[in-house]
Structures are given as C-alpha cells and as structure tokens.
Design a protein around this ligand. Structure first.
Ligand code: PSU
Ligand code: MN
Length: 309
C-alpha cells in the first residue's frame, strides 16, 4: 500500500516532463487569512509560480486523499470550507485515515512534498518558538520537520509574533541551515529587519539550489530554511507592527488560547488591530516567496542535469 496521493492534471504533466514544481501550503488559506482574500491570494500565488517558470502544487487533504495540486474548483471549495482540520506531522495520518479534510501546515506540506518528489516549497512564515516557551513549551513542529525532511522552504523568516532569537537557536541546534536572501539580517515576516544576524546569506537562487543538492550528496537529510525578506515597498516597519503584536499576545494569554489555536488567533487579531494593514503585507511576501521558490526549483532542475550524483 502506498500513500493516497491525488495529483492535479498540471502537476501530473510536470512530473512527466521533469518541469520544476513548487509546493504550496494550505493552512495559510484556511487558518491564516479571511475569506475571500484567502482564495484570491491562493490563486495569485499559483499564478506567480507559473509566471516564474514553475508549476504550483497546492497541498491539502480532501476527503481522505492527499492532494498534490488542486484543480480550480477544488481550490475554491477548500478556501470556503468550514471545519477544516489544521494538520501537522501528528495529525496528517489520522485525518487521511478517517476520510476527513484538512489544511497542511509547513510541517505537513513538507512531508507531502517529499512523498511527491518535490524539492521546493513556498509559504509566508514558518512556525517557531513562541514567546514564553520556557513555560508553555510551545515550539512549532515546523522546526523539527525542517530538521528531518529534505525540502527547501522559502519563507519571509519566522513570524514576528514568535521569539525570534529562540527560534534561531533551536534551528541551529537541529542543524537546519537558515539562509537569508540578499541581506545579512534574518527577516521578521512583516518587516525586513529583525535586528538578528542570519547564520548564512546567499544572493542567488543557483547558490541555494547547489546547497540543496550538496546536502543530498552528503546524505545529511533535513531541509533548508530560505529567509526571503518582504519587498521594501510592502513592509510594515517594526515599530508599527510591534504594538499590535503585544496587544494580540496579551489577549491570547488572558483568554487562555493554547496549542494549535495560538497562531491563527494571533494572525487574525493582528489583522483587526492593524485595521487590515497586516494582510496586504502578508500577501505581498507570499507572492515574493513564490517567485523565489520557482527560481530555486528551476535552478535545481538545471543543476541536477549538469552535475549527476
Ligand atoms: N504563515 C502565515 N500564515 C499561516 C501560517 C504561517 O503567514 O497561517 C501557518 C503555517 O501553516 C505554519 C503554521 O506551519 O501557521 C504554524 O502553526 P503552529 O505555530 O501552530 O505550529
Ligand atoms: Mn504551537
């Protein structure tokens, strides 16, 4: 018995021709943005991947099958569905085995991408170490997945709602390369600057592709985190977003929000507290990451052909 994968027509063709493919997550659609902006954004992200010369594979569990690429009607139904599970490594199998529908987080999307032979994945921001993790122990399973599954994940850093220094420490402990694109600093999702140096810096997609392939040649396993800063014209300066973050965090603590609910709660409160200003920035950075991921995926195809293992 093999994994219950369902490929879209477009992804099936790309697999036959060896075209570059970029995986896209679906938790950002169901738990990260309000309807209908979530559907519109999902479509725009797919279009951005195509425009940059790769094929998008939006990943989601629908009625017990793990979809690698969604047909337009599936994407629409999924974006407006209610009661969709939020799936990480812990619950992916349970969801599929019971025939349910679920959105894949970074961790679950990496697992699906790897099963489907897809090397590169674009998202907004990965999960990380939450503030107060020294007492709550809330550390996203995304970090452990990066340590074990060989997929290159393009994100705009980790969300600024997190404890970024602790997130970088855990990534270092787990042996995950953190590569800032085009700058020395680790980006902070809505803002380009975090005040923290990134462990590695690369300026071109080809370098990132070669590093991905070198990890495979060395048998190291695990993925790479590509930290791609939000475009300057779209960023929300740190001092503007910090008050909204502090207020949302205080509210989450007062209401006892815990476990899987934390990230969706914070994102939707920050959206409200910034009068919606957080959303265009979030959309812009996802589009920017989709473009970068497409270039890396194309470079991996080219480099693989040039340097057989
Ligand atoms: N980034 C966003 N919006 C999101 C997420 C990330 O801009 O909704 C999601 C991703 O799916 C990520 C998840 O994997 O939040 C992390 O959740 P947690 O902190 O519960 O591990
Ligand atoms: Mn968590």
């Amino acid at each position: 018995m093999t994994a219950p994968l369902a490929f879209s027509a477009e992804v099936t063709r790309a697999r036959q021709t060896g075209a570059p493919i970029v995986a896209l997550e679906s938790t950002i659609i169901t738990h990260g943005m309000p309807f209908p902006q979530n559907l519109e954004t999902a479509r725009r992200v797919e279009a951005e991947v195509r425009a940059a010369g790769a094929v998008p594979a939006t990943i989601a569990a629908i009625a017990g099958r793990l979809h690698i690429g969604l047909e337009p009607a599936e994407l629409e139904g999924f974006a407006s569905a209610t009661g969709v599970m939020k799936l990480s490594r812990a619950d992916l199998a349970a969801c599929l085995a019971s025939g349910r529908t679920g959105a894949t987080t970074v961790a679950a999307t990496m697992i699906a991408a790897h099963l489907a032979g897809i090397a590169v994945f674009a998202t907004g921001g990965i999960g990380g170490v939450h503030r107060g993790a020294e007492t709550s122990f809330d550390v996203s399973a995304d970090l452990h997945e990066l340590a074990r599954t060989p997929v290159t994940v393009v994100a705009a850093g980790a969300k600024a709602i997190l404890d970024l220094p602790k997130t970088l420490e855990v990534l270092e402990t787990l042996g995950v390369p953190v590569i800032a694109v085009g700058q020395d600093e680790f980006p902070a999702f809505w803002s380009r600057s975090s005040g923290l140096p990134a462990p590695l810096r690369m300026d071109r997609p080809e370098e990132i592709a070669r590093a991905h392939l070198m990890r495979a040649r060395l048998g190291i396993g695990g993925g790479q985190l590509v930290a791609n800063p939000i475009p300057a014209e779209d960023e929300i300066p740190r001092e503007r977003i910090v008050p909204a973050i502090e207020a949302a965090l205080a509210e989450a603590a007062a209401r006892g929000i815990a476990a899987k609910e934390v990230t969706p709660f914070l994102l939707s409160r920050i959206f409200e507290l910034t009068d919606g200003r957080s959303l265009p920035a979030n959309i812009a950075l996802v589009l920017n990451n989709a473009r970068m991921a497409a270039r890396i995926a194309a470079a991996i195809v080219t480099e693989r052909a040039a340097t057989p293992l």
